[in-house]
Design a protein around this ligand. Structure first.
Ligand code: ADP
Ligand code: MG
Length: 339
């Protein structure tokens, strides 16, 4: 395992964590004699780090951040006025860009195949809980009841025109970061970059030859520490975890991954789910869907898409699909491999 590289990634995440208000902070460094350039920012409501090695790494790293900001503002944000999703939610029907259309199609396929565990039509329920904006207590039960239940079947696509029925509103918080990672891959392929690690919150793009070591964040300490590592090649890794956004109320933890069926945050003993995939949007969509589904059905869904899944439980057990088990190394010995 290349611990050096892993620690470098962890340090970057920590530096980004301390830079809440800074939007563009490039850092130039040399690692193992190779010129490496890191650009950091805050986009899509999370910390973004683009670490690039190779020809014109500085320009490429900066362009990656601009690219992420563009996709957020033109396509996927539901709060930025003028984006596709903002317009669609406002008007109920809207002709969206090719990129937004492709993200919606993939997301809706996962909504369908997960039996509604993933539901991109639950923006009103997400707003009611308000966990991402700092809620301190759960909303009233009647309000939750009035908004629970699947909504994605009210989203229909005809050509590039998308229509929302029965008051459905779209929230792409579960898929947008992975989708943005996909577009970064296209950009890197056009650049002289040799190797890159780009993280948008819990979604990571690994680019270049050879192995990469990625840490699975500690449910107790978040991205400040890790409990196990995955040894993998270029591709995408996304994690959904209870520790990302939450509040505690009367001894109960309320986190940001909601079960559309009950209207409440999922309580199934899972602390996090990590998906390894060759698609960014799929890795992100599946990390949320598999979290809601739980270990058994989550594994089946990930495998249906040819992806690998790693489940960490509150009881400090680690489960995974067969295809990745040999690539996982536990680094915190209070955790054990369960199967
Ligand atoms: P993160 O936002 O930390 O990357 P996820 O990828 O798991 O985590 O996405 C969680 C976000 O997706 C929530 O903040 C909310 O906006 C939205 N969301 C919550 N539950 C669901 C769900 N069951 N289906 C689709 N979107 C969801
Ligand atoms: Mg997700």
């Amino acid at each position: 395992m290349n611990k050096k590289r892993l620690i470098i990634i962890a340090v970057v995440v920590l530096v980004a964590g301390a830079l809440a208000a800074v939007c563009f902070k490039p850092v130039r460094s040399f690692i193992n004699g190779k010129k490496e350039y890191t650009a950091e920012g805050f986009y899509m409501n999370t910390y973004v780090t683009a670490k690039v090695t190779g020809e014109s790494s500085d320009a490429t790293a900066k362009i990656i951040l601009t690219n992420i900001e563009t996709i957020e503002n033109l396509c996927l944000s539901r709060t930025v006025e003028g984006s596709d999703i903002f317009n669609l939610n406002e008007k109920g029907s809207f002709q969206v860009s090719d990129l937004t259309l492709s993200v919606l199609k993939t997301a809706l396929d996962v909504c369908d195949k997960s039996g509604g565990a993933l539901d991109i039509g639950i923006a009103d329920l997400v707003d009611l809980w308000n966990i991402n904006q700092g809620a301190a207590q759960p909303p009233e039960e009647e309000k939750i009841s009035s908004l629970k239940g699947n909504k994605y079947s009210n989203i229909s696509i005809n050509g590039s025109s998308v229509t929302l029925d029965n008051g459905a509103k779209i929230d792409l918080g579960s898929v947008g970061k992975g989708a943005a990672c996909d577009t970064v891959l296209t950009l890197l392929e056009m650049s002289g970059a040799k190797r890159a690690v780009v993280s948008i919150g819990g979604s990571i793009l690994l680019y270049g030859d050879g192995d990469f070591t990625v840490g699975i964040a500690s449910p107790e300490k978040g991205s400040a520490d890790y409990i196990a590592t995955i040894n993998t090649q270029s591709g995408f890794v996304s994690t959904s975890g209870t520790y990302e956004r939450f509040f505690d109320y009367n001894g109960v933890r309320y986190h940001h991954i909601l079960d559309p069926e009950t209207g409440y945050p999922v309580q199934n003993g899972l602390a996090s789910v990590t998906i390894v995939s060759d698609s960014g949007v799929l890795s992100d969509a599946l990390s949320t869907a598999c979290f809601v589904l739980g270990i058994e059905n989550g594994k089946k869904l990930a495998e249906q898409y040819g992806c690998q899944a790693i489940f960490v439980t509150d009881g400090k057990q680690i489960y995974s699909t067969d295809g990745i088990r040999n690539q996982i190394e536990i680094t915190d010995n209070s955790y054990t491999m369960a199967d």
